[in-house]
Design a binder for this molecule. Structure first.
Ligand SMILES: Nc1nc2c(ncn2[C@@H]2O[C@H](COP(=O)(O)OP(=O)(O)O)[C@@H](O)[C@H]2O)c(=O)[nH]1
Ligand SMILES: [Mg+2]
Length: 252
């Protein structure tokens, strides 16, 4: 384990994927900075290291490159968890997840955990408009409250609602197709209902629940990785350290 003062090493990689403008950067910002800004640039915010208890989780945003259709599979390489994000007011954003983004997950870990997040729920659901402590909904059962950042007040949610184009059932059906695509063990995978979230980066609705549900589910992978790292291993070809140092250079 790294000692104090040393650069923290990520235990696990989490990737946020989805079409442009669905709110990926805003979700990450809400979770890490506890606030929402109407205009956020993704540039420079592509990688975030989040300390979760004693663990370090690297969260990868897609740096705005999603618009160029050239988003490499490198984003998902070695990912232990992926959030596939769509906009509840935009049907096409759900379609794109399956047509464009799912293939990018081929390079993720074979036991990668998936969540589907329908963002901008404040636009369609009155429940998601309230700026209340997150995670007290009936099925969530206790989360961490949103503490607004003093220098970053959250703008009030619009009091009106617009037409919801993607239902939760549509998202659940997509999740089931992801399970099949990834050939995940349906018996041992978490149920689709648990892994589909409707969120609002604007009000904080369900945002902590989304990230923390994933963190809890990847905990076994973190512990496995740590025990592999800590236990003395036989280096069969002697190249292990070299590979490790090359990786460290390219993953800043
Ligand atoms: N109403 C509402 N707007 C949002 C929400 N999340 C993001 N937005 C807005 O949607 C636009 C795109 O957000 P951004 O985070 O840059 O999307 P990205 O391209 O997926 O990273 C911005 O104008 C945001 O202010 C949300 O939860 N509710
Ligand atoms: Mg962005």
């Amino acid at each position: 384990m790294p000692g104090p003062g040393k650069m923290r090493k990520p235990d696990i990689k989490l990737v946020i994927l989805g079409d442009m403008n669905v709110g990926k950067t805003s979700l990450l910002h809400r979770y890490t900075e506890r606030c929402f800004k109407d205009t956020l640039s993704t540039v420079g915010g592509a990688f975030f290291l989040k300390q979760w208890g004693p663990y370090n989780i690297s969260i990868w945003d897609t740096a705005g490159r999603e618009q160029f259709h050239g988003l490499g599979s490198m984003y998902c390489r070695g990912a232990a968890a992926i959030i596939l994000t769509y906009d509840v007011t935009n049907w096409q954003s759900l379609v794109e997840l399956e047509e464009r983004f799912l293939a990018l997950t081929d390079s993720a870990n074979s036991d990668c955990i998936f969540a589907v997040a329908g963002n901008k729920a404040d636009l369609t659901d009155v429940q998601a408009q309230a700026l209340t402590p997150e995670g007290v909904g009936p099925e969530e059962g206790g989360g961490v409250g949103i503490t607004p950042h003093p220098s970053c007040p959250t703008p009030p949610a619009s009091p009106t609602t617009v037409h919801k184009q993607v239902s939760r059932e549509d998202a659940i059906a997509l999740y089931s197709r992801i399970v099949r695509y990834r050939a995940m063990d349906e018996e041992s995978s978490p149920p689709a209902e648990r892994m589909c979230f409707e969120t609002s980066a604007k009000t904080g609705y369900n945002v902590d629940t989304l990230f923390e549900t994933l963190f809890e589910l990847v905990l076994p992978s973190i512990l496995k990785k740590r025990s592999e790292r800590d236990s003395p291993t036989v280096d069969l070809d002697g190249s292990h350290d070299e590979v490790k140092s090359k990786k460290a250079q390219c993953c800043v």
